[in-house]
Write a protein that binds this ligand. Structure first.
Ligand SMILES: [Zn+2]
Length: 227
Protein backbone atom coordinates (compact mmCIF):
# COMPACT_ATOMS: atom_id res chain seq x y z
CA UNK A 1 0.00 0.00 0.00
CA UNK A 2 2.84 2.33 0.84
CA UNK A 3 4.50 1.59 -2.47
CA UNK A 4 1.23 2.27 -4.32
CA UNK A 5 0.92 5.57 -2.48
CA UNK A 6 4.52 6.54 -3.24
CA UNK A 7 4.00 5.66 -6.90
CA UNK A 8 1.56 8.55 -7.17
CA UNK A 9 4.64 10.73 -6.87
CA UNK A 10 6.61 8.74 -9.49
CA UNK A 11 8.15 11.73 -11.28
CA UNK A 12 9.18 13.08 -7.94
CA UNK A 13 10.94 10.06 -6.45
CA UNK A 14 14.17 11.96 -5.77
CA UNK A 15 12.28 14.50 -3.64
CA UNK A 16 10.60 11.68 -1.71
CA UNK A 17 13.90 9.94 -1.04
CA UNK A 18 15.60 13.21 -0.05
CA UNK A 19 12.75 14.05 2.33
CA UNK A 20 12.69 10.63 3.99
CA UNK A 21 16.39 9.69 4.12
CA UNK A 22 17.44 11.60 7.27
CA UNK A 23 14.45 10.27 9.24
CA UNK A 24 14.58 6.57 8.40
CA UNK A 25 16.01 4.14 10.95
CA UNK A 26 18.24 2.94 8.11
CA UNK A 27 18.54 4.36 4.57
CA UNK A 28 21.35 1.99 3.62
CA UNK A 29 19.55 0.20 0.78
CA UNK A 30 17.31 3.00 -0.46
CA UNK A 31 17.85 3.50 -4.18
CA UNK A 32 14.31 3.74 -5.60
CA UNK A 33 10.65 3.82 -4.55
CA UNK A 34 10.43 0.07 -3.88
CA UNK A 35 13.42 0.07 -1.53
CA UNK A 36 12.18 3.30 0.06
CA UNK A 37 8.80 1.65 0.78
CA UNK A 38 10.54 -1.30 2.48
CA UNK A 39 12.68 1.02 4.63
CA UNK A 40 9.58 3.05 5.56
CA UNK A 41 7.67 -0.04 6.69
CA UNK A 42 10.62 -1.12 8.88
CA UNK A 43 10.79 2.34 10.43
CA UNK A 44 7.03 2.54 10.94
CA UNK A 45 6.67 -0.88 12.60
CA UNK A 46 9.65 -0.35 14.90
CA UNK A 47 8.53 3.10 16.10
CA UNK A 48 4.86 2.13 16.38
CA UNK A 49 5.81 -0.70 18.76
CA UNK A 50 6.58 1.87 21.46
CA UNK A 51 2.88 2.61 22.00
CA UNK A 52 2.07 -1.06 22.64
CA UNK A 53 4.82 -1.30 25.26
CA UNK A 54 4.37 1.89 27.27
CA UNK A 55 1.50 2.56 29.70
CA UNK A 56 -0.93 5.48 29.73
CA UNK A 57 -2.12 7.10 32.98
CA UNK A 58 -4.57 4.24 33.55
CA UNK A 59 -1.71 1.73 33.59
CA UNK A 60 -2.80 0.04 30.36
CA UNK A 61 -0.69 0.28 27.17
CA UNK A 62 -1.29 3.51 25.25
CA UNK A 63 -2.48 1.41 22.30
CA UNK A 64 -4.77 -0.97 24.16
CA UNK A 65 -7.07 -2.67 21.64
CA UNK A 66 -9.64 0.14 21.44
CA UNK A 67 -10.09 1.58 17.93
CA UNK A 68 -9.46 5.25 18.72
CA UNK A 69 -5.77 5.25 17.87
CA UNK A 70 -6.48 3.80 14.43
CA UNK A 71 -6.25 6.23 11.55
CA UNK A 72 -8.85 4.22 9.62
CA UNK A 73 -11.37 4.92 12.42
CA UNK A 74 -10.87 8.66 11.93
CA UNK A 75 -10.79 8.33 8.14
CA UNK A 76 -14.20 6.61 8.19
CA UNK A 77 -16.00 8.92 10.68
CA UNK A 78 -17.45 11.12 7.93
CA UNK A 79 -19.31 8.20 6.34
CA UNK A 80 -21.80 8.43 9.21
CA UNK A 81 -23.66 11.57 10.16
CA UNK A 82 -20.69 13.56 11.42
CA UNK A 83 -21.99 17.03 12.35
CA UNK A 84 -18.55 18.76 12.33
CA UNK A 85 -16.31 20.23 9.64
CA UNK A 86 -13.35 20.46 12.03
CA UNK A 87 -12.41 18.06 14.83
CA UNK A 88 -9.52 18.62 17.25
CA UNK A 89 -8.54 15.67 19.43
CA UNK A 90 -5.95 15.00 22.12
CA UNK A 91 -6.15 11.26 21.29
CA UNK A 92 -3.03 9.59 19.85
CA UNK A 93 -3.73 8.69 16.21
CA UNK A 94 -1.07 6.14 15.26
CA UNK A 95 -1.49 2.84 13.45
CA UNK A 96 -0.39 0.61 10.60
CA UNK A 97 -2.87 0.74 7.72
CA UNK A 98 -3.25 -1.17 4.47
CA UNK A 99 -4.21 1.82 2.32
CA UNK A 100 -3.41 5.52 1.90
CA UNK A 101 -0.28 5.31 4.02
CA UNK A 102 1.37 8.72 4.06
CA UNK A 103 5.15 8.74 3.99
CA UNK A 104 5.51 11.41 6.66
CA UNK A 105 3.28 9.40 9.05
CA UNK A 106 5.22 6.19 8.37
CA UNK A 107 8.46 7.95 9.34
CA UNK A 108 6.95 8.85 12.72
CA UNK A 109 5.88 5.25 13.39
CA UNK A 110 2.41 5.79 12.01
CA UNK A 111 1.63 8.94 14.03
CA UNK A 112 -0.89 11.11 12.20
CA UNK A 113 -1.05 14.81 13.03
CA UNK A 114 -4.14 15.51 10.96
CA UNK A 115 -6.12 14.46 7.91
CA UNK A 116 -8.64 15.85 5.46
CA UNK A 117 -11.05 13.20 4.25
CA UNK A 118 -14.57 12.54 3.00
CA UNK A 119 -17.60 13.60 5.03
CA UNK A 120 -21.13 13.03 3.82
CA UNK A 121 -22.47 16.04 5.68
CA UNK A 122 -19.39 18.21 5.25
CA UNK A 123 -20.14 21.61 3.76
CA UNK A 124 -17.09 21.24 1.52
CA UNK A 125 -17.44 17.52 0.87
CA UNK A 126 -14.94 16.59 3.55
CA UNK A 127 -13.92 17.19 7.13
CA UNK A 128 -10.59 17.73 8.82
CA UNK A 129 -9.23 16.49 12.10
CA UNK A 130 -5.99 17.26 13.85
CA UNK A 131 -4.45 15.35 16.75
CA UNK A 132 -2.48 17.45 19.25
CA UNK A 133 -1.31 14.40 21.21
CA UNK A 134 2.28 14.73 19.96
CA UNK A 135 2.36 18.44 20.86
CA UNK A 136 0.87 18.02 24.34
CA UNK A 137 2.78 15.01 25.65
CA UNK A 138 6.48 14.54 26.33
CA UNK A 139 6.92 10.76 26.17
CA UNK A 140 10.36 9.53 25.12
CA UNK A 141 9.26 8.47 21.63
CA UNK A 142 7.72 11.89 20.99
CA UNK A 143 10.72 13.89 22.17
CA UNK A 144 13.05 11.65 20.14
CA UNK A 145 11.10 12.64 17.01
CA UNK A 146 10.79 16.29 18.01
CA UNK A 147 13.07 19.34 18.06
CA UNK A 148 12.21 20.49 21.62
CA UNK A 149 11.83 18.36 24.75
CA UNK A 150 8.72 20.34 25.64
CA UNK A 151 6.53 22.80 23.78
CA UNK A 152 5.23 25.88 25.62
CA UNK A 153 1.54 26.78 25.52
CA UNK A 154 2.32 29.44 22.94
CA UNK A 155 4.18 26.98 20.73
CA UNK A 156 1.38 24.48 21.15
CA UNK A 157 -1.21 27.01 19.99
CA UNK A 158 0.90 28.17 17.02
CA UNK A 159 1.75 24.68 15.78
CA UNK A 160 -1.78 23.37 16.24
CA UNK A 161 -3.16 26.38 14.33
CA UNK A 162 -0.63 25.90 11.51
CA UNK A 163 -1.45 22.19 11.33
CA UNK A 164 -5.14 23.00 11.11
CA UNK A 165 -4.41 25.57 8.37
CA UNK A 166 -2.51 22.82 6.49
CA UNK A 167 -5.56 20.53 6.66
CA UNK A 168 -7.86 23.37 5.60
CA UNK A 169 -5.54 23.87 2.62
CA UNK A 170 -6.42 20.30 1.60
CA UNK A 171 -10.14 20.89 2.22
CA UNK A 172 -10.67 24.33 0.66
CA UNK A 173 -8.09 24.30 -2.15
CA UNK A 174 -7.33 20.59 -2.58
CA UNK A 175 -3.60 21.23 -2.30
CA UNK A 176 -1.22 18.27 -2.29
CA UNK A 177 2.09 17.76 -0.41
CA UNK A 178 5.20 19.43 -1.89
CA UNK A 179 7.61 17.16 0.02
CA UNK A 180 10.73 19.01 1.09
CA UNK A 181 9.54 22.49 0.04
CA UNK A 182 10.05 23.82 3.56
CA UNK A 183 8.67 27.30 2.78
CA UNK A 184 5.23 25.81 2.09
CA UNK A 185 2.54 25.15 4.67
CA UNK A 186 1.58 22.02 2.72
CA UNK A 187 5.03 20.46 3.21
CA UNK A 188 4.30 17.76 5.81
CA UNK A 189 5.94 18.27 9.21
CA UNK A 190 9.18 16.21 9.16
CA UNK A 191 8.90 13.69 12.01
CA UNK A 192 7.41 15.78 14.85
CA UNK A 193 9.73 18.74 14.40
CA UNK A 194 6.99 21.29 14.57
CA UNK A 195 9.22 24.25 15.49
CA UNK A 196 11.61 23.64 12.59
CA UNK A 197 8.65 23.19 10.25
CA UNK A 198 6.82 26.29 11.49
CA UNK A 199 9.82 28.61 11.46
CA UNK A 200 10.64 27.73 7.84
CA UNK A 201 7.21 28.73 6.52
CA UNK A 202 7.33 31.65 4.10
CA UNK A 203 4.31 32.38 1.95
CA UNK A 204 6.10 34.49 -0.68
CA UNK A 205 8.98 32.04 -1.05
CA UNK A 206 6.50 29.17 -1.44
CA UNK A 207 4.45 31.03 -4.03
CA UNK A 208 7.60 31.83 -6.04
CA UNK A 209 8.30 28.08 -6.40
CA UNK A 210 5.04 27.64 -8.36
CA UNK A 211 4.84 23.98 -7.42
CA UNK A 212 2.22 21.73 -9.04
CA UNK A 213 1.26 20.38 -5.59
CA UNK A 214 0.35 23.94 -4.55
CA UNK A 215 -2.13 24.43 -7.38
CA UNK A 216 -5.83 24.40 -6.59
CA UNK A 217 -7.29 20.96 -7.30
CA UNK A 218 -3.97 19.08 -7.06
CA UNK A 219 -5.69 16.30 -5.07
CA UNK A 220 -9.21 14.89 -4.81
CA UNK A 221 -11.03 13.98 -1.63
CA UNK A 222 -10.64 10.22 -1.37
CA UNK A 223 -13.90 8.32 -1.13
CA UNK A 224 -14.34 4.60 -0.48
CA UNK A 225 -17.55 3.39 -2.19
CA UNK A 226 -17.46 0.15 -0.15
CA UNK A 227 -18.08 1.99 3.12
ZN1 LIG B 1 -1.47 17.04 4.52
Amino acid sequence: ALYAQLSDYEGDSQHLMDYARPYLLSDEHVTDLATLARALVDTQITRLQYWYENPAADGKPIIDGSPYNQWVWWDSLGYGALPYDVVITNQLVASLETYDVAMHSALRGGINGGTMTYSKQGRYGGYVFISVFALLNDMAMLTSLRDDAHYSDEQLAQYAAATLAHELGHLFFHYDHPYGASACLMNPTPLLRYRTWYEALNTDACRALQLPQMQTGAVHISYNPNW
